[in-house]
Design a protein around this ligand. Structure first.
Ligand SMILES: C[S@@+](CC[C@H](N)C(=O)[O-])C[C@H]1O[C@@H](n2cnc3c(N)ncnc32)[C@H](O)[C@@H]1O
Length: 266
């Protein structure tokens, strides 16, 4: 059994994609013993329910760009709580070091002289691959993994392009925070040289009971309506089995429709 949360320490903990079973033992132990829990919006209730029943639990999330508490406010909460000799879990979805503002938070803790520990979590890319049973690399087609943030920090007036220059053909791209407009995303990828027949997948709520995945080639990806947030987009030849599955599903759907129409006519 790992050590419980220590007084005066801040733990940046990865909660994984949303399924409590996919948390690390260390994450669960810290959550069950910390005095203060500061969590992002993407962390579901099932995971918050595992917090120490006496903990002060606060959501400090910023959903869809609507700030609820500033980043400086989060730093202040973590530092004040630790200075009061409380143990603090800063709980983030997925892995805390992937698109999680951990650089700013660790910096603030270092400057304030507060001891910190980082506990890794299952990032959305790995949860999605596992949930779809899709290897993210394949030595025949895909030997690189590229993680990209589709939406950038809200304080940047002119967001930089998704990617500058041609994208490698032998890569699997994971686009976090892709936004709802897959037409714009597909056009940007095409403008960066991604082939029209490149398999693309939008997976919503990966590794949760609400999971939904839609697949299309890049040229048709703009027609896909992604499921509810959070959504991750995966692009690359390694996603090809999803296209076959989508084609099989729609063939089965067409057969069922044909059979019901024939029955209705009888
Ligand atoms: C602020 S980023 C945090 C990423 C997180 N640190 C990680 O490692 O997964 C939030 C984005 O992660 C992705 N994401 C997180 N959980 C997800 C899930 N269960 N299913 C699909 N995408 C997810 C979505 O792209 C979402 O917009």
């Amino acid at each position: 059994m790992s050590a419980p949360a220590q007084k005066g320490t801040v733990y940046l903990v990865g909660a994984g994609p949303g399924d409590p079973e996919l948390m690390t033992v260390r994450a669960a132990r810290l959550l069950a013993t910390a005095d203060v829990v500061l969590h992002d919006d993407l962390v579901p209730d099932e995971i918050i329910a595992l917090a120490n029943p006496h903990a002060l639990v606060t959501s400090v999330g910023k959903r869809c760009g609507r700030p609820r508490i500033t980043q400086a406010g989060i730093h202040e909460l973590m530092i004040d709580s630790a200075r009061r000799e409380l143990s603090v879990v800063r709980l983030k979805s997925g892995d805390p070091l992937v698109f999680g503002r951990a650089a700013e938070e660790l910096n603030a803790l270092r400057e304030a002289g507060i001891p910190a520990e980082v506990v890794p979590g299952v990032s959305a890319i790995f949860a999605a691959g596992a949930a779809l049973q899709l290897p993210l690399t394949d030595r025949r087609t895909s030997s690189k993994l590229i993680l990209i943030a589709g939406q950038h920090a809200a304080d940047k007036s002119a967001p930089p392009p998704l990617w500058a220059g041609p994208l490698p053909e032998d890569a699997t791209l994971a686009i976090y925070m892709p936004g709802r407009d897959l037409t714009a995303l597909a056009s940007e990828l095409a403008a960066n040289g991604v082939a029209a027949d490149m398999p693309c997948v939008a997976i919503s709520c990966a590794a949760t009971p609400r999971q939904r995945a839609d697949a299309a080639t890049l040229q048709n990806f703009g027609l896909v309506e992604p499921g509810p947030a959070p959504v991750l987009v995966l692009v690359g030849r390694a996603m090809a089995p999803m296209l076959k599955k989508a084609a099989d599903d729609s063939a089965v759907h067409a057969l069922i429709q044909e059979a019901s129409a024939a029955l209705a006519e009888q």
